[in-house]
Design a protein. Structure first.
Length: 332
């Protein structure tokens, strides 16, 4: 089968489409014929040699996939049959023509949704759902600050905050991105490049600050985050785009607000915990994608690249050109 491949860590130019061994489903696993995958920051880090896959996971890039069931391993419960349209969050291997997935990790693709659209759901939406509900325990009426608001996770988080009847506030780096977040439901948005987002957040919240911060930036934002975090607020770190070093009296500032710091990486979760998130997501969120209960949720696809253009897709993400998800179309 064909898969995204790189011989050694480095830049996007090291990527290519290469023939590799097709996997066989093991005990309780399903073989999925992949029609589309999607690109994530973790793929860029793995390509640079800075984010190895968990022990036992495929070293092929790709943390999510959408496609159809092509085979069943021994011991499968009968929940899925060949031909079923499915999507999954993966620990690796999604940017290939086939991938094996534990049957409990598969989710049905919502009615009337294409594989391209479905590929934009698993990583971004499950990450946002887990951060908001399992880590942050968001409550109705709370204010949630979402950094990188126009990213895949950011656009999903905006809609999920609205679904929880809370108030999403975002940061982004261009007016075009802020407009997209407003269209997705953000109550307010601030350009971190030309204004102090912490002052703007305090102004918007009339001095009370936000109850939850979803932070994928890390070190460089710590002072501004604490400045606009409310008393007893929850600061959730799930990425370190600006690095992890903190220079200053972080603990004293944190203590003065009785605030909490949480950290989370969905990729390294154990299978039991991941299955819990996916079951809750399937029951509580997926119906909102298919014209069921209001409000209607919508995955946002920025662009689609064929697998043989995987290097260009990486360049687009590294240059922060995307609003929403970059999807990789897998050849038949």
């Amino acid at each position: 089968m064909f898969a995204a491949y790189f011989d050694c860590p480095g830049g996007p130019e090291n990527l290519c489409m290469k023939g590799v061994m097709k996997p066989d489903p093991g005990e309780g696993e399903v073989l999925v014929k992949v029609s589309a995958s999607a690109l994530n920051r973790a793929d860029l880090l793995q390509r640079r040699g800075k984010y190895p896959p968990p022990k036992g996971a495929s070293d092929i890039l790709g943390l999510e996939a959408a496609g159809s069931v092509a085979g069943l391993g021994p011991g499968c419960s009968g929940r899925w049959k060949v031909g079923d349209a499915v999507m999954a969050l993966l620990s690796g291997g999604g940017q290939a023509q086939y991938v094996t997935v534990p049957e409990g990790f598969l989710m049905p693709i919502p009615k009337d949704m294409t594989f391209i659209q479905a590929a934009a759901i698993p990583e971004a939406w499950l990450t946002a759902f887990q951060l908001l509900h399992f880590v942050g325990k968001v409550q109705e009426g709370e204010r949630v600050l979402i950094h990188a608001g126009a990213s895949g996770v950011g656009m999903a988080a905006i809609q999920l905050v609205r679904l929880a009847k809370a108030i999403p506030i975002v940061t982004a780096g261009t007016q075009e991105k802020l407009k997209a977040t407003a269209n997705a439901g953000a109550a307010a948005g601030f350009n971190y490049k030309n204004e102090d987002f912490s002052e703007k957040v305090l102004e918007f919240t009339q001095g009370s600050g936000v109850d939850i911060i979803l932070d994928c930036v890390g070190g460089s934002y710590w002072e501004k985050n604490l400045n606009c975090l409310s008393t007893d607020g929850r600061w959730i770190i799930y990425g370190l785009l600006s690095g992890g070093e903190v220079h200053g009296d972080l603990l004293a500032r944190l203590l003065s607000k009785r605030a909490s710091i949480y950290t989370s990486l969905l990729r390294s979760r154990d299978k039991e915990a991941s299955s819990d998130y996916q079951q809750a997501f399937t029951e509580e969120v997926l119906p909102h994608f298919s014209g069921g209960p209001s409000p209607r949720l919508q995955p946002l696809v920025d662009s689609v690249y064929p697998l043989h253009a995987i290097a260009e897709a990486h360049r687009a993400m590294e240059e922060n050109r995307n609003i929403g998800k970059i999807v990789i179309e897998i050849p038949v």
